[in-house]
Design a protein around this ligand. Structure first.
Ligand SMILES: *Cc1c(COP(=O)(O)O)cnc(C)c1O
Length: 425
């Protein structure tokens, strides 16, 4: 019998009862209320006689990752900016980044007046390709800003060995990989600095928020000041009503501080992260097994060195020949309709991203040479382009469903494949 695709007005395979994200508990509400009544809403407010939630979260998140230090920030982008600044990256320096990522990977480099050098990704992991990194190194290269994208991790063994060989710093952007492990070591602790985003869609969230972690004391002290307008923490106990942040400084910063509201929520959300990651990983494993039986579909997998897998998005590569030539854009729209759940097309490469147009910003208009160096259209990234056309991604809350629901996802893919000619172009 000929079925009608949901995108064309037919019945979908699923009803709209997927888990909600973010996940609020009674403790979330209590954390907010406690902060309201604490009388301290910011790290930069006067002390109320106990450690700020911001400091408590920093200590817990560093410990969770097995790192020595954590500096919470307003968001993931500011964590990237202070990471680059603390490493001494500045005017004219080149920072190698993957061409397939969220736009902040590039804008954070531009924000410190450095030059983002876009390189291609590994088609298997969708993360930055170590061979492409090595080919892009010049005498001006100072750092690599690695992204652990979607449900995978970049090859940290090879990247760290390249970094050592050429004397480069490494920032690990873990905005999509809270809790992931590379050979039993947490993402974010393999490079010099790990950065995180706690924006609403991420695996750990307070709506907006971020953090930078490091085990280097000197970098920590710089990171601390760079996000607090240069201020340092009083090195002796602070009395009630006194300021904890004092106006001594070795460096000029900006205000990228996390509020006490965000920090108190993150303390409570962090307690749930491992259990949620485990549910997501189990469902992902189940889904990968089921989708493995469908021809024309390949799931994006993490390298075997990833001993704890995380799933910000579950990524699936489509063989377009088996889907009537349709691209990821059309398939994502049709899947969203079948599942009544938003399915996305893989990021556009930064060479072709509507969100990445550095020439529109007056502040980067430093010289003709600089404008030429930051022009993303100079790069050719075939694997990133192919991923944009072939990969669809499912946001992680769907993996917090009952395991039986994974079959609905498979059903949706199969239905689309069988009626691929009906998918609107
Ligand atoms: C979300 C994200 C960021 C930016 O984080 P914000 O908190 O939104 O500023 C940076 N890099 C990657 C890979 C991200 O996914």
């Amino acid at each position: 019998m000929k079925e009608i695709l949901a995108v064309n007005g037919g019945h979908g395979v699923a009803i709209d009862d997927w888990p909600q994200w973010p996940h609020a508990s009674e403790q979330t509400v209590k954390s907010i209320v406690d902060t309201v009544h604490s009388g301290r809403w910011a790290l930069s407010g006067p002390s109320r006689g106990k450690p700020a939630f911001e400091q408590q979260f920093a200590e817990r998140f560093a410990a969770y990752n097995g790192s020595s230090y954590c500096v919470p920030t307003a968001n993931g982008t500011s964590a990237l900016v202070i990471a680059l600044e603390s490493l001494g990256i500045g005017a004219g320096d080149e920072v190698i980044i993957p061409g397939l990522t969220w736009v902040a990977s590039a804008t954070s480099v531009l924000n410190v007046n450095a030059v983002p050098v876009l390189v291609d990704v590994d088609p298997g992991t969708l993360c930055i390709d170590p061979d492409a990194i090595e080919a892009a190194i010049t005498s001006r290269t100072r750092a690599i800003s690695v992204v652990h994208l979607y449900c995978s991790m970049a090859d940290m063994d090879r990247i760290m060995s390249i970094a050592r060989k050429f004397g480069l710093s490494v920032v690990e952007d873990c905005a999509q990989a809270h809790g992931a492990m590379w050979k039993e070591q947490r993402a974010g602790t393999l490079g010099n600095i790990g950065t995180f985003s706690m924006q609403q869609t991420k695996l750990l969230t307070s709506g907006e928020g971020g953090a930078a972690i490091t085990s280097d004391k000197g970098l920590y002290e710089l990171l601390f000041q760079l996000r607090a307008d240069g201020r340092q923490r009083q090195d002796r106990p602070v009395e009630v009503g006194q300021m904890e942040l004092i106006n001594t400084s070795s460096v000029t910063g900006n205000n990228y501080c996390m509020s006490e509201f965000g920090a108190s929520v993150l303390i409570e959300q962090l307690d749930q992260l491992d259990a949620q990651n485990l549910v997501r990983a189990k469902n992902a494993e189940l889904l990968t097994g089921l989708l493995g039986e469908v021809s024309g579909i390949a799931t994006v997998s993490a390298p075997e060195q990833v001993t704890s897998k995380t799933y910000y998005h579950y990524a699936v590569r489509i063989d377009r020949n088996e889907f009537a030539g349709r691209s990821a854009a059309g398939i994502a729209t049709a899947l969203s309709a079948e599942l009544r759940y938003p399915v996305s097309q893989c990021y556009a490469p930064l060479t072709d991203s509507i969100l990445y147009q550095p020439h529109t910003k007056r502040r980067y208009n430093l010289s003709d040479e600089h404008r030429r160096r930051i022009d993303p259209r100079q790069y050719h990234l075939p694997e990133a382009e192919r991923a944009h056309d072939e990969v669809v991604t499912l946001h992680h809350p769907i993996l917090l469903s009952d395991p039986s629901k994974m079959e609905l996802i498979v059903e949706a893919f199969v239905k689309l494949k069988e009626h691929a000619d009906d998918i609107p172009v």
